[in-house]
Design a protein around this ligand. Structure first.
Ligand code: AMP
Length: 284
């Protein structure tokens, strides 16, 4: 497996692969790879001739006071894990390589889709995500790109960007990978104390409860959201950022009953760590 730091080297390697009609698959990550990331890599390896994994802690998607400096950086271990999964290249550029000057071009998806949920507490987050993913797509020119449903709002934002900007890439969305006890795998789980880690289980538990209510016929979106929030609130260490239901794919508010396909997304702080999780509620 090749580790590439420079754009020049990445482009020349991939140009050669393209000349040989190889299909390129791409998995963008911020590193500290876990089984969630590796499920994307595994699928990418299966479906493409070449699998490129990027490991880049993207500064533009972190707001002031967020965890940019503290974010776990484990490049050596990441390369070993990606290589074991069958990845061909890990692209790990320095920030200067991706953002050579302070004056720059932004790619921004506007509307509810980036303003609700995480967009409310992290107002510049999605602009950073879409900007870096555009840059990475332009560099890797992938045939397919792999994202996790764990970041459900990000999935909708990227889908929208790909549609609006006519990116020639197929998006593949992979299910949420969880720990055996239900906690969604996340690079940020390492921030949690043992107590917070246990308290964090309330997220998956409350989403399973909401799913159960829905299966039993409850369709009132406010009631489902309220019941979910109540259960999360029963955990003393939890501090709710949001527990909300939006229509898919544009994340418009649900008026009353759930009819089509909706996203129930939760973001909750445990100490200084903000965890997210979600479930799709779909009327068949
Ligand atoms: P990140 O490194 O957190 O930016 O994540 C890189 C990619 O891995 C994103 O598409 C995430 O949605 C995906 N991902 C992260 N955690 C999980 C998980 N537990 N299950 C599935 N995909 C995940």
């Amino acid at each position: 497996m090749k580790i590439v730091n420079s754009i020049k080297e990445l482009k020349s390697y991939l140009a050669e692969e393209k000349r040989n009609n190889k299909q390129i698959g791409f998995v963008p990550t911020m590193g500290a790879l876990h089984d969630g990331h590796l499920s994307l890599v595994e699928r990418c390896v299966k479906e493409n001739d070449v699998c490129v994994v990027s490991v880049f802690v993207n500064p533009t998607q972190f707001g002031p006071g967020e965890d940019l400096e503290a974010y776990p950086r484990t490049l050596e271990a990441d390369c070993i894990l990606a290589g074991k999964m069958g990845a061909d290249i890990v692209f790990a550029p320095a920030a200067k390589e991706m953002y050579p000057s302070a004056d720059m071009t932004w790619v921004e998806v506007t509307g509810d889709i980036t303003k609700v949920l995480c967009g409310r507490s992290r107002p510049i987050h999605f602009r950073g995500v879409t900007t870096v993913v555009s840059k990475l797509f332009n560099l890797a020119q992938p045939d397919r790109a792999y994202f996790g449903q764990k970041d459900a709002q990000q999935v909708q934002v990227i889908k929208r960007m790909v549609k609006d900007l006519f990116f020639n890439v197929q998006l593949r969305i992979m299910p949420i990978v969880r720990e055996a006890d239900g906690l969604a795998k996340s690079s940020r789980n390492t921030y949690l104390s043992q107590e917070e880690r246990t308290a964090g289980l309330i997220l998956s538990k409350s989403l399973r409860y909401a799913e159960e209510l829905f299966k039993q016929g409850e369709r009132d979106s406010s009631r489902i959201a309220a019941e979910t929030a109540k259960l999360i609130g029963s955990e003393p260490l939890s501090e709710i950022d949001c527990v909300e239901i939006y229509e898919l794919p544009d994340l418009k508010p649900v008026a009353g009953d759930i009819t089509g396909s909706c996203l129930l997304a939760v973001a909750v702080r445990f100490g200084t760590t903000r965890l997210i999780d979600n479930v799709i509620l779909e009327v068949e």
